[in-house]
Design a protein around this ligand. Sequence first.
Ligand code: PMP
Length: 405
Amino acid sequence: MSFDPYDFRLQFPALARDDLIYLDNAATTHKPTAVLEAMAQFYRQDNANVHRGAHRLSARATRAFEGARHTLARFLNAPASEEVIFTRGTTESMNLLANSLGQMVLDEGALVLVDAWAHHATIVPWQQAAARTGATLKPIPLDSKGRLDEVAFAELLALGPQVVVLTAISNALGARAPVDRWLPKAQAAGAITVVDGAQAVAHEPVDLQALGCDFYAFSGHKMYGPTGIGVLWGRRDLLDAMPPYQFGGEMIQSVSFERSSFNVLPFKFEAGTPAIAEAIGLGAAANWLMAQDRRAIAAHEQALLSYARERLQSLEGLTLYSAFEDNAGSLAFNVDGEHHQDVGIWLDQAGIAVRCGHHCCQPLMSLLGVRGTCRLSIAGYNHHDEIDALVAALTDYLEFLYDDA
Ligand code: PMP
């Protein structure tokens, strides 16, 4: 295998520094030159508002913006690009769904299932939708090993949920939900299925037609693209039937003071001037990722994460959470008896960026019996020396603790 993380890294200007080991990629990844250039070029050469413009600059901007949508449809192997809705990110995708789909399918006695490691961006919008409609939200619990509980899932499905939301890869743990096996079960139980792919898109190719879910949400900034842009993909028949989420320009067909009618997909769900440069940047990220050897990047990341897991497991006084062989991207740990924030500050002083806290998963933290954790999260540009540096800094911390005692 010829993948070289040091070579790969050269494409990321923000990483051309030697005072930072960046292991916070689940929060956001750095951006390759291809993305930076695409956005800069839009502002330098094509800047104009999209759609409806009679002038040539607007036509160029529209072509670039809609081109990005086509690229994303290809990136996801979506059946049609009109099903690709641009949003601000996973959070807005989930709010759109919970509001619009929620209004359509939830009522008194309805049930929404979310997994135990769902992000607040999933839990809170659906909790609010449930409160508005009289529906109930229930979690799919963890089993004793720290995976999603298969038996409990089957029991919950027997209750006939209207909506099942699965987080493909947990941002707090790096653990995987068995989406391939569980989505058909949820659909067989009559549920509409939603996948939070925020942590999945950077680590593995997404094939929506093979996956077979009804909706898929993700953010651009976690897959080497810009912030402020993401996608909600949905099945056309459902999107067509759903009411608009926000109202204003672009999403209408005709407006009078008495009534308005709404545009076709995807515009029906894209009110107002969109994040044009960001969508173009996300298209560039998707194009760039498709041009990489994704299999080789995934193999490198898997080897690196296994290495990190083994090295961290060998440290006395450190607890790992749901750290499985097939984790993707992230590992969560605590130094026993220490506040996660103290560990984070120590690591920062050693020039190592990890994330410490509840990772927007407070209910999961309660289940784990902790207030928070430290999380290392990798991307293709990380390498073994960086894991060694992390382990060395943690070893120092543990020695410092025990010396003190
Ligand atoms: N879901 C998951 C699994 C995430 O990791 C994140 C970001 N941490 C979100 C949802 C929310 O994404 P964003 O903040 O980009 O909207």
